[in-house]
Design a binder for this molecule. Sequence first.
Ligand code: NI
Length: 180
Amino acid sequence: MAIRKITNLGHPVLRQVAREVPNDKLGSPELKQLIADLCDTMIEYEGVGLAAPQVFESVRVFVMYGGAEESDESSPAPIVWINPRLEFEGDAQAEGWEGCLSIPDLRGRVSRHEAVVVSGYDARGEHRSVRYEGFSAVVVQHEFDHLEGVIFMDRMKDMKSLTYVREFDRYWQTPEKEEE
Ligand code: NI
């Protein structure tokens, strides 16, 4: 078990376009180690998703909770995406609150596609596609953005909703609005 340090906003790695994992590295021990570390780090810091650039590794890998068939409700395991591709289903978008482990203490409202199909590789190097909607669709778009060097604030149409967590909890958090 290895908990990695998380990059804060301002570190150049968060603004790089991450490189693809080469085919011959899919399912490799090094990649499995990175995935295990991402999961441990995400759990330690109570995130719902974590992308490799957030632990200083500029490769197209992220882990997340929720949504996929293999995730058992009683013991949800993080889901791994390697070299993912996104396909948006229709134009419908929904706005919700987002935060980011690399931007601690801030929240802001972001519009995201409501439904998205992700295809890519799992930890064993097997290809698959999963359709996400609702909160999982938000998480997958947020994490995918990290592979493109994009952060949630770049997606905010109006910066007026930007708030510290303390003020978020005090003034903005309602059960139906909570997105994290
Ligand atoms: Ni993030």
